[in-house]
Write a protein that binds this ligand. Structure first.
Ligand SMILES: O=C(O)C1=N[C@H](C(=O)O)C[C@H](O)C1
Length: 299
């Protein structure tokens, strides 16, 4: 079975900068240039962290085009996946056709939300998407957001398809994650999207992570993966002990408010603006973030 490609390492689900209600393209260029110089292995655009649900088609096309161009200028042609979601299989198939010339290398597709389909429904849903997609699909299993858990039996059947290249695993059940890692076929990637479980997922054999927290201390998070791959478990654990409070802080109010606040305070973006129903962080969290930013002792 020849897979379209295999995914691993640290992927960044990029925030989408806004200013005065518009996509803030100068900030976007600055951000992408910054992360192009960091040890990341791929970008996800327009997913949860990227506030994809509140972006229109023109904005998504601009996001993809600008990110691609800045990466090319930086000489770092890393893959770019686009976040997609929906609960109507037919509409999602049309969306896949609609976006096919927009320049994504693959799609991160969330489980259908709200309607809570059965495992058979999920199997048929993702099979139909895989049949019509022209690029690889990474499944996004996040039951606490969608209301439905794609179980391992179903996942392993989907993993037989060559263009379903992996899962962004946010099932929040370490036993389910570990069983999936144990039984998955080679080339099917398990990338954790549970920021607090980053170290434990990688230690259990996950192939990598899609980690919103890695907007800050990017090389520190990447270094933990590198150390584990090199067999330096004590070094990785020591680094994780220093970084483990960061995800907790960044997710203490609905994400990506805290990340945007941090990036704004460092000057990487011009505004911490969010689109409703998401709102910027409270004054109390802003104070905590600024205190954390002042701590220099991070890997
Ligand atoms: O944007 C994403 O994709 C991510 N989603 C997760 C979530 O917000 O629940 C977290 C992960 O770090 C990235």
């Amino acid at each position: 079975m020849e897979r379209q490609h295999s995914l691993s390492g640290l992927w960044l689900p990029l925030i989408t900068p806004f200013r005065d209600g518009q996509l803030d393209t100068p900030s976007l260029r600055r951000l992408v240039a910054h992360y192009a110089a960091q040890p990341i292995d791929g970008f996800i655009l327009g997913a949860t962290t990227g506030e994809g649900m509140s972006l229109d088609d023109d904005e998504i096309r601009a996001l993809l085009a600008i990110t691609r161009a800045v990466l090319a200028d930086a000489g770092r042609p890393i893959p770019i996946y686009l976040g997609l979601s929906g609960s109507d299989t037919r509409k999602l198939i049309k969306t896949l056709q609609h976006v096919q010339d927009w320049g994504a290398d693959g799609y991160l597709v969330a489980c259908p939300y709200y309607t809570r389909p059965s495992q058979r429904g999920l199997l048929e849903h993702f099979s139909a998407l895989a049949d019509s997609a022209d690029r690889p699909i990474l499944i996004y299993n996040i039951p606490y957001r969608t209301g439905v858990n794609l179980g391992n039996e179903t996942m392993l059947r989907l993993a037989e398809r060559t263009n379903i290249v992996g899962v962004k695993d946010c099932c929040a059940d370490p036993a389910q994650t570990f069983d999936l890692i144990r039984h998955k076929p080679s080339g099917f990637a398990v990338l954790t999207g549970e920021d607090p479980h980053f170290y434990s997922a990688l230690s259990s054999g996950a192939d990598g992570a899609i980690l919103a927290s890695a907007h800050v201390y990017t090389s520190g998070f990447a270094g933990i993966g590198d150390k584990l791959s090199a067999g330096d478990q004590p070094g990785a654990l020591a680094d994780w002990r220093r970084l483990a409070d960061i995800p907790r802080l960044l997710f203490s109010e609905p994400s990506p408010g805290a990340i945007k606040h941090w990036l704004w305070r460092t000057g990487l973006i011009d505004s911490p603006e969010m689109r409703l129903p998401m709102v910027p962080v409270s004054a109390e969290l802003a104070r905590k973030i600024e205190a954390a930013m002042a701590v220099a002792d991070q890997p």
